[in-house]
Design a protein around this ligand. Structure first.
Ligand code: MG
Length: 341
């Protein structure tokens, strides 16, 4: 027996604005917060659970309740602990991520190292995009004001009004845009026409244009598009990359899909070998998971880590992109501090 204690509890993230994507709008995101305590150290982690991930607070807590750390010999042996946890059950990617993030925070605190130094990743301040969900013209204009400090806009598209949304944004700003379709397009000829038009309008990339299952039309579009076509919903883990590189020019890597920091890091390395561009993205999350991802940000081509700016009830202080840039801090572990119970 040792004195390692894993605990977890459900938490509901309250969004500042209803968040619209191609097939739904929501005002909250369920989450589960995780703590691993060892001696005087506490590591924090988080699972954020947007509905499309198909994990729930109940499924995450059930998965975490199966993790038995009581006979663990070395809490700092991250790789072997994560491998054991991964083998407990298939799927459960966000649940696994919450544990991975808490373990990295704990081990960093024990070793007195920020996570980026544990991986020998260079520290570099990066611009991050600000995400604007699908909304009325009036609300789009309000959200564009909120995005004032940001150099890049991430616009959610995939509706019948895509041109109108882009025109509304362009009436206010000529900032470069990442267009996230969230699987919302289905007609490939129309998709190509719109992509060509978007490219003319300083849209830098298209994310997940078609269904995640539709590799044929995606490959067709990618081969004709002047701008990169990025996989999001189609790629979760390392094992998905070899297939993705046949149809996409890049991949959006997120901790909640990748099972956490450890595999996200491996995915970035593998994506480079496959000549895939890399976006580092997030869900709506507290500063806990955003700070975790920030340690990898210097390795990505594009950074989209604004999820903590979209919620009202953050529990942590740490990395914050409110001024439009993101950089990991030098405190041990994730570099966060809990500010509320
Ligand atoms: Mg996306």
């Amino acid at each position: 027996m040792n004195n390692i204690k894993l605990s977890h509890y459900p938490y509901t993230l309250e969004l500042k604005h209803p968040f619209g994507i191609s097939d739904n709008t929501r005002t909250t995101t369920p989450a589960v917060l995780v703590e691993i305590k060892y001696e005087e150290f506490t590591g924090y982690g988080e699972a954020s659970l947007p509905p499309y991930l198909l994990e729930t607070q109940e499924s995450v807590q059930f998965f975490l309740s199966q993790i038995d750390l009581s006979s663990l010999y070395d809490i700092t042996d991250i790789d072997s602990i994560l491998s054991t946890v991964d083998n407990l059950a298939q799927g459960n990617n966000a649940a696994k991520a919450s544990f991975d993030i808490a373990l990295h925070d704990l081990v960093g605190k024990i070793k007195k190292l920020p996570v980026y130094k544990m991986y020998n990743i260079p520290k570099r301040e990066r611009f991050t995009s600000y995400t604007i969900g699908i909304d009325s013209t009036e609300m789009l204009l309000i959200k564009l004001k909120e995005a004032e400090n940001f150099k890049f806009i991430k616009a959610k598209l995939g509706t019948l009004d895509d041109k109108k949304i882009i025109n509304t944004i362009r009436s206010e700003t000529d900032k470069p845009i990442f267009a996230d379709i969230n699987q919302g397009w289905s007609d490939r000829e129309a998709a190509l026409d719109l992509t060509l038009e978007l490219a003319e309008n300083n849209v830098l990339l298209i994310e997940q244009p078609f269904s995640k299952l539709n590799y044929t039309d995606t490959a067709w579009l990618t081969s004709r598009s002047p701008i990169p076509v990025i996989a999001d919903e189609a790629v979760k883990r390392l094992s998905d990359l070899d297939e993705a590189c046949k149809a996409y020019s890049g991949v959006n890597i997120k901790l909640m899909k990748s099972t956490g920091i450890s595999e996200a890091y491996k995915m970035i390395i593998r994506a480079r070998e496959l000549n895939l561009k890399v976006m580092l993205g997030c869900m709506t999350e507290t500063t806990c998971a955003i700070s975790a991802a920030a340690h990898l940000c210097s390795l990505a081509d594009w950074v989209d880590l604004d999820g903590n700016l979209l919620i009202n009830n953050d529990l942590f202080d740490g990395v914050n992109a409110a001024k439009g840039t993101i950089v990991p801090n030098d405190l041990p572990g994730l570099g966060i501090r809990k500010i509320s119970q």
